[in-house]
Design a protein around this ligand. Structure first.
Ligand SMILES: [Fe+2]
Ligand SMILES: [Fe+2]
Length: 208
């Protein structure tokens, strides 16, 4: 058995193997996305162990977090509208973020072995929230710092991981994403500002 399974019991390994098999089929034409998904799973597992979060939930959420990223945008928009997902902007503007919430709506049926927390982490890996759980944060950060991510933002997260609180690590990661969106002239999803302010003020209170 591969060493990445060391932390898991037999039942958990069986679930992981089933997810990995289905993921390989789902992403057979998206090799980079497949490698990224495996990287996020392993990185989320590492962060979970570092910060006392359930490694199995982190690993499985990492595996499936981009499950619907292989869908075309118009399909994601159609599904988001069909499911009446709460979207803080027009579905067209929010399209790059929809693969998280859409997958979270659909995957509980396919992976009924997994608890609700996993699907919440999948939903929130794109949009974030003001009440992120430790699992949500681990998956969010792992998405940006898995080994396939390069550049100063990912390097900074790797430096900080384990040396600052999970919430501080998440805030750094979230702020990096926000800066990137603004710097590249992309549409800023409206809730991002509230989420950023929420965690900045929390940090300031904690440091006061
Ligand atoms: Fe994603
Ligand atoms: Fe991702």
């Amino acid at each position: 058995m591969h060493d990445r399974y060391d932390a898991f019991d037999e039942g958990q390994r069986a679930v992981i193997e089933r997810i990995e098999d289905l993921l390989a089929v789902r992403m057979k034409d998206a090799r980079k996305r497949h490698a990224h998904s495996l990287g996020v799973a392993r990185c989320a597992c590492y962060l979970a162990k570092t910060y006392g979060v359930d490694a199995y939930l982190a690993y499985t959420a990492g595996l499936i977090h981009d499950w619907d990223k292989v869908l075309p945008e118009d399909e994601l928009i159609a599904r988001a509208v069909h499911y009446r997902l709460p979207i803080a902007a027009s579905p067209v503007l929010a399209a790059p973020l929809l693969h998280g919430p859409v997958a979270a709506r659909e995957l509980p049926e396919l992976f009924s072995e997994l608890p609700e927390e996993v699907f919440q982490a999948v939903a929130r890996h794109t949009v974030g929230a003001e009440d992120m759980t430790p699992l949500d944060m681990v998956v969010f950060v792992a998405d940006a710092m898995e080994p396939g991510r390069h550049g100063s933002h990912a390097d900074r997260l790797r430096e900080l991981a384990g040396t600052v609180s999970l919430e501080e690590l998440f805030l750094t990661c979230f702020a990096q994403g926000l800066v990137y969106v603004v710097e590249t002239g992309r549409y800023l999803y409206p809730t991002a500002i509230d989420i950023y302010n929420h965690y900045v003020l929390k940090q300031q209170k904690g440091n006061a």
